[in-house]
Design a protein around this ligand. Structure first.
Ligand SMILES: Nc1ncnc2c1ncn2[C@@H]1O[C@H](COP(=O)(O)OP(=O)(O)OP(=O)(O)O)[C@@H](O)[C@H]1O
Ligand SMILES: [Mg+2]
Length: 335
């Protein structure tokens, strides 16, 4: 639990812009977070908060013609991924940093067998012979708990259930034993029982394969169960990050209060689900102060005027809410 001294991957002050009708628009602004060895880092936030844009930036998967990274670094193995030539980046993608994409339907090719789809990355990145790659592919299907792997490997994706297909997607992602696995809403399309089986599988693989996992979700319940640390995003910014228990115990941003209040509780009265009034602003809308201030029940006049920085509250806790930080005693403790 917690973040070791030297992170495996660190995103620092990342700003990504997309070309809009009236010029460039920032989809994420000044985003910073890091992932420790064997850590499961959760990234949570409402739809449109910038979770996927952040994840895709790590692998440099945004289209060059319509997007640009206007500031920041992404440090992996002491190198800034944003400065690597494309051939080197290609060697990292899938092999050292792998990703499970948000859209489950596009993850598997319906006209290729499972074997074809798992064997390809093994031959490409690890130079295995066809026979060795097939043997390894069967092992991988076993690793993701697909029963009767030696027979299922020659099936086409449509022969498998949604949960089994997602296991194949995970097998492909871990094929080259990546150091970091980014899972963007890996269970959105699955029903609740299958969802928790898949998340449990990811958790087991994380420790079996010594991986760091970035788990992206809009569901704080999933974060509570599976993540060690959590980054909360709002309107393209990180607004708070903390070890999970600290975040649930004492949120340091009013937006996080709202997210926590929106979790349905088994012990709560039915129908008392609170949610945050208003909606996330469009990235092109200029907001002079804190981007949450128009929706914030605790906003002070200054919050509407000065954009706050993400500041440390303690060694592992950060917040972008100056009044909460002051109440926590964080500013005085900060050197
Ligand atoms: N290719 C693109 N071109 C233009 N704008 C984009 C593009 N991709 C994302 N955006 C914008 O960037 C912002 C962040 O989007 P992102 O997909 O990262 O949200 P998200 O947090 O992953 O949401 P969800 O929970 O719905 O997946 C949104 O306002 C979105 O419209
Ligand atoms: Mg997304």
């Amino acid at each position: 639990m917690g973040q070791p001294e030297s992170p495996v991957l660190a995103v620092n002050n990342l700003t990504v812009e997309f070309r809009g009708d009236d010029g460039w628009v920032s989809a994420i602004r000044d985003v910073s977070f890091s992932i420790g060895r064997r850590e499961c880092l959760g990234i949570v936030g409402e739809s449109g908060s910038g979770k996927s844009v952040s994840a895709l930036s790590i692998l440099r998967l945004h289209a060059r013609a319509t997007s640009r990274i206007s500031s920041g670094t992404i440090v992996f193995n002491d190198r800034d991924l944003l400065k690597l030539p494309e051939p080197q980046m290609r060697r990292i993608r899938g092999a050292e940093i792998a990703m499970i994409f948000q859209d489950p339907m596009s993850s598997l090719n319906p006209v290729l067998t499972i074997a074809d789809q798992i064997i390809e990355p093994l031959r490409l990145h690890q130079g295995l012979t066809a026979a060795a790659a097939r043997k390894r592919a069967i092992e991988l299907l076993g690793l993701v708990r697909i029963p009767d792997a030696a027979r299922r490997i020659d099936d086409y994706p449509h022969r498998l259930s949604g949960g089994m297909r997602q296991r194949v997607v995970i097998a492909i992602a871990i094929a080259c034993q990546p150091k970091v696995l980014i899972a963007d809403e890996p269970t959105t399309a699955l029903d609740v029982t299958i969802q928790s089986q898949i998340l449990q599988l990811l958790k087991e693989l994380q420790s079996e394969l010594d991986m760091s996992v970035v788990l992206i979700t809009h569901d704080l319940g999933v974060i509570a169960q599976f993540a060690d640390r959590v980054v909360v995003m709002y309107a393209g910014q990180v607004i708070e990050s903390a070890p999970v228990l600290d975040l649930f115990g004492k949120p340091l941003h009013p937006y996080t209060d709202g997210l926590l209040a929106a979790i349905p509780r088994l012990d709560g009265e039915p129908g008392r689900l609170k949610s945050i009034a208003g909606s996330i602003p469009d990235p092109s809308v200029h907001i002079p102060g804190c981007r949450f201030s128009p929706r914030c029940p605790e906003a002070l006049p200054v919050c509407h005027e000065i954009p706050p920085a993400l500041l440390p509250a303690s060694a592992l806790r950060w917040s972008r809410c100056p009044p909460r930080l002051a109440a926590f005693g964080a500013i005085a403790d900060t050197p």
